[in-house]
Structure formats: C-alpha cells, structure tokens
Design a protein around this ligand. Structure first.
Ligand SMILES: Cc1ncc(COP(=O)(O)O)c(C=O)c1O
Length: 406
C-alpha cells in the first residue's frame, strides 16, 4: 500500500506526503523556527529572538514539585485539573482581574496556554466559520484556525495607533460568517495593551455581531504602568469570552507546560471532552508547581516584572539611539521597532543583522498583516547582552544609511 501511495504522489520514492491531510499540508512551518534554523550552529549570537523568560522557575516552585515527587505524586489527576489548582486559579483571577469563575465547571487546567487556544478553537469552529484575528499577532492563531477548518481573517493594526485594535477596524472585517474574535493583549509581538476605554467600543461590536471571544491573556501580569484589563470583566462580555492564560511567562515556567482556560460551563465542558480524549490531564507535577506559584509566588513574580520593566526602558532608548523608530511597548517583553526607513524588508534586515552582526531578532512579517517593516526584539535577556545588541544594531543602521548614499 505504501508503494502505491508513493507512486501515486509522483513525488519520489521516499515521499510520504500523499498520506498527509490536505489541511495540514497547507500549513507553513513557523516563520520564527525557519529564521532560527539559520542562526543554529553560529557562535557568539546575541538572541533577542525567543519569547521566553530568562529567569529560572523560582526555587520554591521547583522545590514544591520535587517534594511532591518524593511523596510519589505521579499519577493522573482529574481531567479538568486538581481541584485545589482550579480553586487557586479562580481566586487569583478574582483578586487580580475581577473576573469570577466557578472552579467546578468553568475552569480547565491545560498543557500550556497553547492547548487552551487549540481546545477553544476546536470546540467552536464549524467548517467555513471566519475567525477574526488582529495582527501582527502570535503565530499560532492562524494555523490552528485553519487546521480546525476555520478561515482566519486578519485585521491589520498600525504602529501609528500603538497597534491597538479599533472598533472600526474590527467592524470592517465582519461578514455573516464571522464567529470568533481572538484577542491577545498585552500583545506578542507588539507589546500593545488595551485600556478599559479602548475595550468598550470593541465590546459593543462583539455584542452587535454576536461574536464569541477567545482572549489570550498570557501576558496579563507583564504590564508596565497601567494594570491589565481582562476582556471578560467588561459588561456583557463574561459569557461570550473564553479567557486563556498560563504560567509560562509570568512565573518563568515555560517547560512545565501549564496553562488554563476559563469560560461559560457549556463551552468549558465541550473543551473538556476534547482535552480528556487527547491529553487526559495536564502534567501532575506541573499542576503542583502551578499551584505553588499562585499561592506563594507573587513577590518573585513582581521582582521579575520590575526587571523586565528596567530592560524595557533600556532597549527602547537603545533602539531609538540606534536610529530606529520605536513606539513604547506597554506590556509583554517585546520591543517592536520600525525598520522601514532602512529600505530593507524585515526579513532582509533580520537576516543581514544575524549574518553580519550576530544579533538574532524576528522579522515582523512572520506575525501577519502590519508586521512588515518591523522587527520583534525580545528583551528577556541580560542587560549586558541588550546593551551590546543595540550597539550592534546602531552600527548596522549607520552602515545601511551609508550604503544608501553611496
Ligand atoms: C501570546 C501567546 N499565547 C500563548 C503562548 C503559549 O504559551 P504556553 O503554551 O507556553 O503557555 C505564547 C507563547 O509564546 C504566546 O506568546
């Protein structure tokens, strides 16, 4: 049978591609991954590329996990996650963001925020549904939408408006097939946030067109200045919103793979069906660690946020001094400077910066509409590395100016 398929595909004796689902074949590999393959193997690279805290998970969190392993806590938990963890999440969300979820049927612990996004989309999409996605945005929304049979519809946001979503921008993309709006504020890759005043007109459009919202609030703790406003806390939005979040960014816990989704019990129980048949439950040791982070981890989290804030100021000033226009990111840990005036595409700029100056940053074009002309620079790296990186970027920008005048 394998021989037949291979011959049918006409793609050579080793090709198995004819077996693949067409929807999956259409998906492009991550632009970030493609770019970082170029960096692999090169020495002395300063990486502003990865969206990952440079802190180790706080010791008390690791210790709680070690202790629970010593006690032999290594089995499955309930599908939705340990009751104590769900209670901890409910309490945390109420205290921090004024949204009240019932831990019994409105919260599910997931394998990272990633699984929560996947579950939400799979539970909601019918083939042909249009999913509205403000861009530039986190790279997984479009491919997961497409794999689920939905049609991703990008809504361009603009640097001139600090990459905020506007009611007009949203309304312009709505059709009778629009069903879901995916929100990601604080934003990866732009660092944009939305205030209550920014949200109110968006909520009106959501209500008017009967949309359901997946609000990815994984960077909610990482805001500098004004506090995060959870979309679910807006009047009338609670039942329409699936709040997605996780422990990776705020608590430096990327490898633990712990996240959660909260929402109306009908939606959460549908997501739970997929979750129980696919992953069964989030990792038990990760759940123990997540509970410890919520219970005793706030001080350490605040210290990490202060440190990102210090580095945020440093990189923004450094990039501006280097000759790049850079709006002030208000959240997450990314700066998103414009490289438009250099005359290079963001891909060319990033490739030459990597090749000639050994600084890795991500071309804005990989983040969808509105990303071309920008560069994503993660500042979750040491002050010394950041200083060196902006120094090198400055030399590169001056070199490009010289090239243009020659
Ligand atoms: C906006 C956003 N959402 C979700 C995720 C997924 O995070 P995790 O699966 O580690 O919780 C990321 C990771 O970079 C992200 O940037």
């Amino acid at each position: 049978m394998i021989t037949n398929k291979t011959q049918q595909s006409g793609a050579g004796s080793n090709s198995m591609s004819s077996y693949l689902a067409p929807l999956v074949q259409q998906i492009q590999p991550s632009g970030i991954r493609k770019f970082f393959d170029l960096a692999a193997g090169s020495k002395d690279i300063i990486s502003l590329g990865v969206g990952e805290p440079d802190f180790k998970t706080p010791w008390h969190v690791r210790e709680a996990c070690v202790y629970s392993l010593e006690r032999g806590f290594t089995g499955y938990t309930s599908n939705a996650g340990m009751p104590e963890l769900r209670e901890g999440i409910a309490k945390y969300l109420q205290t921090r963001f004024a949204v009240e979820y019932n831990p019994e049927n409105q919260i599910i612990a997931t394998v990272g925020g990633s699984e929560a996004i996947d579950l939400a989309l799979r539970a909601l999409i019918s083939p042909g549904d249009e999913i509205l996605i403000p861009e530039p945005c986190y790279i997984s929304y479009s491919p997961i939408t497409a794999i689920g049979g939905g049609i991703p519809v990008g809504i361009e946001t603009f640097g001139e408006n600090n990459f905020k979503l506007t009611a007009e921008g949203l309304e312009a993309k709505i059709t009778p097939r629009s069903k879901i709006l995916i929100l990601c504020y604080p934003s990866n890759p732009t660092g944009a946030i939305m205030s209550r005043e920014d949200w109110e007109p968006i909520a009106k459009v959501v209500e008017k067109h009967d949309l359901i919202v997946i609000s990815d609030e994984i960077y909610a703790e990482l805001t500098y200045g004004s506090n995060h406003v959870s979309f679910a806390s807006l009047p009338g939005m609670f039942d329409r919103t699936i709040l997605v979040s996780g422990f990776s960014k705020a608590f430096a816990m990327t490898g633990w793979r712990m996240g959660y989704a909260c929402g109306h019990s009908d939606l959460i129980s549908a997501m739970l069906k997929i979750h129980q048949y696919t992953v069964m439950c989030a990792p038990s040791m990760g759940q123990v660690a997540a509970l410890e982070a919520l219970t005793n981890g706030m001080e350490e989290k605040d210290r990490m946020v202060d440190s990102y804030n210090q580095r945020r100021r440093l990189i923004v000033k450094g990039l501006r001094d280097a000759g790049l226009e850079c709006h002030e990111p208000q959240g997450a840990f990314y700066a998103f400077p414009s490289i438009r005036h250099t005359g290079l595409s963001s891909d060319e700029f990033a490739q030459r910066l990597l090749r000639e100056y050994k600084v890795a940053a991500v071309p804005g074009s990989v983040f969808g509409l509105g990303g071309e002309g920008y560069l994503r620079c993660s500042y979750a790296t040491s002050v010394a590395q950041l200083n060196e990186a902006v120094e090198r970027i400055g030399v590169f920008v001056r070199q490009l100016e010289q090239e243009r005048t020659e």
